[in-house]
Design a protein around this ligand. Sequence first.
Ligand SMILES: *[C@@H]1O[C@H](CO)[C@@H](O)[C@H](O)[C@H]1NC(C)=O
Length: 290
Amino acid sequence: TCHLAWLIFVFSVEMGFHHVCRVLRHEEFEEGCKAACNGPYDGKWSKTMVGFGPEDDHFVAELTYNYGIGDYKLGNDFMGITLASSQAVSNARKLEWPLTEVAEGVFETEAPGGYKFYLQNCSLPQSDPVLKVTLAVSDLHKSLNYWCDLLGMKIYEKDEEKQRALLGYADNQCKLELQGVKGAVDHAAAFGRIAFSCPQKELPDLEDLMKRENQKILTPLVSLDTPGKATVQVVILADPDGHEICFVGDEAFRELSKVDPQGSKLLDDAMAADKSDEWFAKHNKPKASG
Ligand SMILES: *[C@@H]1O[C@H](CO)[C@@H](O)[C@H](O)[C@H]1NC(C)=O
C-alpha cells in the first residue's frame, strides 16, 4: 500500500515555522527541477523538509523557497493542516502568534504566506501529531471516485451534509480530508502538491491505470537526480480539481529521505547567506510575485 509522505507547497522559508517541527533535511539547487518541484520557476531554490519525525512514518511538509520570488497569491485549494499539539498552542501563545479558537480546544492560525493550521490543544499522540491535511473539492462524489476507486484510499469518515470526507491508506497515518466548496477550486500561485511514497514497481501500473481511465498525468514516470544521492522515480497526476499528486518510488525515497543531522544548520546557514532581499533592494527592484 501507499503511504502519505509529504506535501509540497511553495512556501517561503521564514523563521517561525520550525518552532513546532524540526528540520529533517535541507537542500539547495542551482536551477529549476524537472518535475517542477519548486513550482513553475527557474533559478536558484531550496527545499526544506520539516516534520515531527522521519519521513518514513511521518507526514512531512516540504517548504520550497525560490530566491527570486517574494510572495505567492493564495487560492482556495488548500484548507489547512490539523495538528494535535498542546506544545504548538503554548509556543504560539508565548510568541504572541495570532490564534483564534474555532472550536473547543482547537485554534486556527496562519503560517507566513497565509497557509492555515488548526492546532488541537492536546498532548502529542504516540503516532504522528499531524492528523490531517484538508483540500477543497468542487464535487465530493467525483473526488471520492478518483481518490478511493482509482487511487485506492479508504474512507474513514463521511458527512454528506457537511460535504466532507476523511480518507487514508492506513489507520496510523496522516489522513487526507476532502471538503466540498461552492464553485471552482482556484489554485492561484501558492499551490502545492500532495505526495505519497509507494513501492516503485507499482508506479508503471498506476500510470497505465490513469491512461486507461483518461485521467490527467502531469509528469509521466520520470527519474529525478539529487546530486550525490539516490535517483527517485516519480509520476505526477492531477485529480478532477487539478490538485497535483506525486507518487514516489519508496525504495530510493527511503534512502534519499534520511534525516540529516546537519539539516537545521544547513538551513540556518542558507538563510544567513541569502542576500536576495539586499540584492533586490540595491537594484531598486521588487522581488517578483509568484
Ligand atoms: C490548553 O490546555 C491546557 C491544559 O488543559 C490549559 O491549561 C491551557 O490553558 C490551554 N490553552 C489554551 C490556549 O486554551
